[in-house]
Design a protein around this ligand. Structure first.
Ligand SMILES: [Zn+2]
Length: 189
C-alpha cells in the first residue's frame, strides 16, 4: 500500500498529532526516513509548518502532544517527543517528557533527530579544518574585543578553546579574558 494511503488508514484520516482533518500531508520523520509508513506520519498544515520552523510555535496548539505522545506508532512518539523537547521551557511539556514511555530504540531514534537539529554542522577554522574542544588556535587578523577595551592581535595564540552551540563562534581566553571568537578568523595551531 502506498505510504499516504497507509497513513490515512492508520490515522483514520486525521493529523497524527492534533487530530485535525484538513490539509493532511505525509511528513517523513527526519533526519533520515525511508518514506515507508513506519518512518512517516500524517500531519496537518498547522503542525507541519511549525515543526519545519517556518511558522512560530503556537504553544497552546501543542497541548495536543499530551495525547499524541501515547500513540502506539513509534514515528508519532518520536515526533511528539522532539516537539515536547522543543517546548521544554513549558512546565506541562516537561511533565509530559517525564511521563512519556518509549522503547529504547525509539528513544534513540527520537534523540538522533534532536542532536542532528542542534548541531548545524561542525565548527571550522578559516582553512575549513574542523575545530574541537581543547584545540589551540591563532588569530589570523586583529580583533577588537567589544566591552573588554583591547585588541587581540593577529597571531595571538588561544589555548584550549571551547565550542559553542553556534558553529560560527568559539570561546577562548585572550589577555586573561574569556571571549567569544569568530571561527572564520582563526587558524588551528
Ligand atoms: Zn496537526
Amino acid at each position: 500500500m502506498p505510504t499516504e494511503q497507509a497513513l490515512i488508514k492508520r490515522s483514520n484520516h486525521s493529523c497524527e498529532l492534533c487530530t485535525a482533518n484538513e490539509n493532511l500531508t505525509v511528513f517523513p520523520v527526519p533526519p533520515t526516513s525511508d518514506l515507508s509508513a513506519q518512518q512517516c506520519i500524517l500531519l496537518c498544515q498547522t503542525c507541519q509548518n511549525q515543526i519545519e520552523g517556518g511558522a512560530e510555535l503556537d504553544i497552546n496548539h501543542w497541548r495536543c502532544l499530551n495525547d499524541s505522545m501515547w500513540s502506539q506508532e513509534p514515528a508519532v512518539q518520536v515526533v511528539s517527543y522532539r516537539m515536547l523537547h522543543k517546548l521544554s521551557s513549558e512546565s506541562w511539556a516537561q511533565d509530559a517528557l517525564e511521563m512519556i514511555y518509549m522503547e529504547d530504540d525509539v528513544k534513540t531514534w527520537a534523540e538522533q533527530g534532536i542532536a542532528a537539529e542542534q548541531r548545524e554542522g561542525p565548527t571550522r577554522d578559516s582553512n575549513g579544518a574542523e575545530l574541537n574542544d581543547g584545540d589551540d588556535v591563532t588569530l589570523i587578523k586583529d580583533l577588537k574585543v567589544k566591552g573588554a577595551n583591547f585588541t587581540a592581535k593577529q597571531g595571538t595564540l588561544v589555548r584550549g578553546i571551547t565550542l559553542t552551540d553556534n558553529p560560527e563562534h568559539i570561546e577562548g581566553k585572550v589577555n586573561g579574558t574569556r571571549i567569544v571568537l569568530v571561527s572564520a578568523y582563526l587558524k588551528k595551531a
